[in-house]
Design a protein. Structure first.
Length: 131
């Protein structure tokens, strides 16, 4: 993932979740092996850092570091974040970021074909048995 793709992924996710945050890319754009990082700052004082894990940190690919507004006023700016969560995939990172931001999960989507489409999952009245 390039720095531009990383930034676009975060911006699009924040937009989709309707979260207003200042996104500051801290990605080092000097080369393909440079680590990707971004800081998200919310109006309530919550600060999050999304960082690509180093090669020695396998099986993790990402780190999510954050502290909430209740500790932001008391902690010096160079203090370590209160929470640190490893994420093994980009999907895991987005899920953890959504949870840290307090965004509720969307409803489940079920995809299928055949009898019963358009009815509830437990409504099998129109289902046919194949010979």
């Amino acid at each position: 993932m390039t720095a531009a793709q990383f930034e676009a992924l975060l911006r699009t996710s924040l937009e989709l979740w309707q979260v207003e945050a200042e996104l500051q890319s801290m990605a080092d754009r000097n080369g393909p092996s440079a680590a990707l990082q971004a800081r998200l700052s919310l109006a309530d004082g919550t600060s999050l850092i999304v960082a690509e894990a180093g090669p020695h940190e396998e099986p993790f690919r990402w780190w999510l570091l954050w502290h909430g507004p209740e500790s932001a006023a008391d902690a010096p700016t160079d203090a370590l974040p209160l929470r640190r969560k490893p994420c093994a995939s980009t999907l895991g990172l987005l899920r953890s970021l959504r949870e840290a931001l307090g965004v509720p999960a969307a409803g489940k989507v079920r995809v299928g074909t055949g009898a019963g489409i358009g009815r509830g999952i437990d409504d099998h009245a129109g289902a046919r048995t194949l010979p």
